[in-house]
Write a protein that binds this ligand. Structure first.
Ligand SMILES: Cc1ncc(COP(=O)(O)O)c(C=O)c1O
Length: 435
C-alpha cells in the first residue's frame, strides 16, 4: 500500500536506542538481545531507598551478566527453581542472599536448599511440613500470602484471589504458625505479590491487607517477624505515545508502602524490615531485541489490504505479545542509512509456523497494525522494553536457536551469550538403536 505522511499523532517522549543497532546486527547477527547496563543502573538507583531491601525477581531475566551487575549494585535476588538458585550462586551471591520462592518444592530445589541453606518463601502450607520432614527446619521461612484479591496487566498474570494458584490463603496464617511450631520451622516474615504498582488505590488495599495479615499473625502467636515483602509488579511505560505514556510515581509508591510499614512496625516491632521484589521494573527497559526485516508483503487488496513486515524473530524469542497481547514499542532502522520515510500501517510478524506469531496483536489474539516508517528487507526492527520476560521465556519452538545476548557496558558491546548452535540444540537427544 502507499505510504502516507502523518503529522497529526501526539508526540512521543523521546525514544532512543543507546547503541548502534546496525553494528549489533553486523557483529552478532539477528535476532540479538541487547541489554543496556546504564539503564539498568538507573532503575536500581531509583528503587534504592533508605531502609528498603531491593530483591531482584530474576525470573524476569536470569542472564548471568545481568545478575552479576545486580550483585555489584547491592541488589539481592529471588529464585523459583534450582536453576535460578544456582545462577545466583554462580555469580557470587551468598546463599543467604537468595530466597527460593515458589508454591512447591521439587526434589532438585529441596536438595539445593539442603546443600546451601537458602531461605524459603513458602507459597503452600504443605511446604512447611515438607521442610520439617526433610530435616530442614533450620531454614528461615517467609509466608507468601494470597490476600483474597488479585491484580495484574492480564488474567494470565493475576496473582491473587480464589482462581490463583499462588500463595497461602490469608485466613490460614494461624494454621501455618501451628504447622511451623509442629515441625520446628521458624517463620520470620510475610510476603504478598499482587502486581499492583500502577493503581494506587489498589496498592493501598494491598498495604492494608499486609497490615491485617501482620495483625492476624501476631494475634495467632506467630514468632517475631523480621520482614515484610511487597513482592514485585511495578509497571514500566511500554507505550510511548503521549496519551498512554505513564511512568510509575515511585515516591508515591514508597509513600504508600512506607505508611503501611509504619503501621506494621507498631503491631510487630521496629525490627520489621521492608523488602521490594521487582523484576520487570529493573530490567524491562534496558532490553532491546534487534531483528531484521526479511520480507514485506501485502495481504488482500483495496481497503481491506494489510501490509506485513516479516522479521527474523518470533514468539519463541519474545512471547509476550502472543501470550498476553503485550505491547512493545518498535523502531525501524534503515540498513542503508537513508532517512526514515513516510509511515505505513504494518502488521509485524515472525517466522514461526503459527498464525499467532505476530508482534502487533491485542489480548485475545486480535491482529492489529502499527504505524511505522516504511521498511524494506534488510532494515532492522528494534523491539523495545524487551529485557523482562523476553529471553527468559524464549523457547526452541520450530527448532530455532536461542538468540545471542549482548551487554552494552562501558561504551562497548560485550557478547554475554553466544547464539545457540544446532549441536547444542540436539545434544541431549538420543535415537534408540535400530531406528
Ligand atoms: C513472587 C514474585 N515476586 C516478584 C515477581 C516479579 O514481578 P514483576 O516482574 O512484574 O515485578 C513475580 C512475578 O511473577 C513473582 O511471582
Amino acid at each position: 500500500m502507499t505510504p502516507s505522511s502523518t503529522t497529526d499523532r501526539p508526540a512521543s517522549p523521546a525514544v532512543s536506542i543507546p547503541f548502534d543497532a546496525l553494528d549489533v546486527a553486523k557483529r552478532f547477527g539477528t535476532p540479538t538481545w541487547v541489554y543496556d547496563a546504564a539503564t539498568l543502573e538507573r532503575r536500581v538507583a531509583e528503587l534504592t531507598r533508605p531502609g528498603v531491601t531491593v530483591r531482584y525477581a530474576q525470573k524476569a531475566n536470569s542472564s548471568l551478566a545481568l545478575l552479576s551487575l545486580m550483585r555489584k549494585l547491592g541488589v539481592v535476588v529471588d529464585a523459583v527453581t534450582e536453576g535460578e538458585i544456582r545462577r545466583g550462586l554462580k555469580v557470587g551471591y551468598e546463599p543467604s542472599e537468595i530466597v527460593y520462592t515458589a508454591d512447591l518444592f521439587d526434589d532438585a530445589a529441596l536438595d539445593t536448599i539442603r546443600t546451601h541453606g537458602c531461605p524459603v518463601n513458602v507459597g503452600s502450607p504443605d511446604m512447611i511440613a515438607q521442610l520439617g520432614d526433610a530435616g530442614l527446619s533450620h531454614i528461615p521461612v517467609t509466608l507468601r500470602l494470597n490476600p483474597g484479591f488479585g491484580h495484574g496487566h492480564s488474567q494470565k498474570v493475576n496473582t491473587g484471589g480464589t482462581s490463583s494458584k499462588h500463595g497461602i490463603w490469608h485466613t490460614q496464617i494461624a494454621d501455618c504458625i501451628a504447622l511451623g511450631k509442629k515441625h520446628g520451622v521458624r517463620i520470620r516474615g510475610l510476603h504478598m505479590h499482587i502486581g499492583s504498582g500502577a493503581d494506587f488505590e489498589h496498592l493501598a488495599q494491598v498495604g492494608d491487607a499486609m497490615v491485617d495479615a501482620v495483625q492476624a499473625y501476631v494475634d495467632a502467636g506467630g514468632p517475631g517477624l523480621d520482614l515484610v515483602s511487597t513482592g514485585g509488579g511495578l509497571p514500566i511505560p511500554y507505550r510511548k505515545d503521549a496519551e498512554h505514556y505513564h511512568r510509575l510515581d515511585l515516591d508515591r509508591f514508597f509513600a504508600v508502602w512506607g505508611e503501611a510499614h509504619e503501621r506494621i512496625k507498631q503491631i510487630a516491632g521496629d525490627q520489621v524490615e521492608l523488602e521490594v521484589e521487582p523484576g520487570r521494573y529493573l530490567v524491562a527497559e534496558c532490553g532491546y531485541l534487534v531483528t531484521k526485516v526479511r520480507s514485506t508483503k501485502v495481504q488482500g487488496a483495496g481497503d481491506d489490504a494489510k501490509d506485513f513486515l516479516l522479521i527474523d524473530a518470533g514468539f519463541n524469542d519474545l512471547l509476550r505479545p502472543a501470550m498476553y497481547g503485550a505491547y512493545h514499542h518498535l523502531s525501524v532502522v534503515p540498513a542503508d542509512g537513508r532517512a526514515l520515510g513516510d509511515e505505513l500501517d504494518y502488521v509485524v510478524a515472525g517466522p514461526l509456523c503459527e498464525s499467532c506469531d505476530v508482534f502487533t496483536q491485542a489480548e485475545g489474539g486480535f491482529v492489529e497494525t502499527r504505524r511505522l516508517p516504511e521498511a524494506r528487507p534488510g532494515d532492522l526492527v528494534v523491539i523495545h522494553d524487551a529485557g523482562a520476560y523476553g529471553a527468559a521465556m524464549s523457547s526452541n519452538y520450530n527448532s530455532r536457536y536461542a538468540a545471542a545476548e549482548v551487554l552494552n557496558h562501558g561504551g562497548e558491546l560485550h557478547l554475554t551469550r553466544q547464539r545457540q548452535t544446532f549441536e547444542q540444540l540436539v545434544e541431549n537427544e538420543r535415537v534408540p538403536d535400530g531406528l
